[in-house]
Design a protein around this ligand. Structure first.
Ligand code: GRF
Length: 197
C-alpha cells in the first residue's frame, strides 16, 4: 500500500476526486495519508478533515524567501514519508531539492493540453483566459510527472474537452475539471500505485 501526500492551495476539488476514487475502490494500492496546504483556511483542508486525513499548512507568506519556503515544504513532505506526491491545484513553489529528491514520484494535474497553455503564469483561471483568447476549439487537461521545468515533465495522460460558444473562463474551467481533471488524476494515481507508470 503506497503512501500518498497531496499538496493543495485552494478548493481541493482534485483532492476530493482522489478521495472519492479511494473510497469507491478505483484506487486500491495507495492511500492519501497527508495533505499539505500552501495557505491556511483553504477548503481543501476541510475536505481532508472530513475524511480524517492528517493535514498541515506550510504558508509561503510565513517565509522570507522561496529558498526557506522550499526547505520548510521539503521537511513537511519528508515527515509524511510519501511514496507518491500529488500536486492537486497546488500553486506554490515546490523547490528544486524536493523535485530532485522525489524525482519520478511527483504527479501534477494541469488544466490544459500541455505543452500548450503551460509554463510560468499559466495556472487556475489564467489558463482558460488564454485558451479563450487564442480562439482554440479544443482544450483539456494533462497529468504529468514534475521535473525542474514548470509544466515540463513527462506527460502521463491527457483528455480533450470542447470549448463551447459563449464560454467564459469560469464555465470552461468547470467543464475541464468535471470532464477531464477529476477523471485523469485518480486514474493516473491508481496506475502509479499499480506499478503501471
Ligand atoms: C484547477 O483548475 C486545477 O486544474 C488547477 O488548480 C485549479 C483548482 O484546483 N491546478 P482544486 O479545485 O484546488 O483541485
Amino acid at each position: 500500500m503506497l503512501r500518498i501526500t497531496v499538496l493543495v492551495s485552494g478548493g481541493g476539488s482534485n483532492l476530493q476526486a482522489l478521495l472519492d476514487a479511494q473510497a469507491d475502490g478505483r484506487i486500491t494500492n495507495g492511500r492519501v495519508t497527508q495533505v499539505i496546504a500552501s495557505k491556511a483556511g483553504v477548503y481543501a483542508l476541510e475536505r481532508a478533515g472530513a475524511c480524517g486525513i492528517a493535514s498541515c499548512v506550510v504558508s509561503r507568506k510565513d517565509y522570507a524567501d522561496s529558498g526557506s519556503y522550499g526547505r520548510a515544504m521539503l521537511e513537511a513532505i519528508d515527515r509524511a514519508k510519501p511514496d507518491l506526491l500529488v500536486l492537486a491545484g497546488y500553486l506554490s513553489y515546490l523547490g528544486e531539492k524536493a523535485v530532485q529528491k522525489y524525482s519520478g514520484k511527483i504527479l501534477n494535474i494541469h488544466p490544459a493540453l500541455l505543452p500548450s497553455f503551460g509554463g510560468k503564469g499559466m495556472y487556475g483561471l489564467h489558463v482558460h483566459e488564454a485558451v479563450l483568447a487564442a480562439g482554440v476549439k479544443v482544450t483539456g487537461a494533462t497529468v504529468h510527472f514534475v521535473n525542474e521545468v514548470i509544466d515540463g515533465g513527462e506527460i502521463v495522460s491527457q483528455k480533450a474537452v470542447e470549448v463551447l460558444p459563449g464560454d467564459t473562463p469560469e464555465t470552461l474551467q468547470k467543464r475541464v475539471m468535471e470532464q477531464a481533471e477529476w477523471q485523469l488524476l485518480p486514474q493516473a494515481v491508481a496506475d502509479f500505485c499499480d506499478g503501471k507508470l
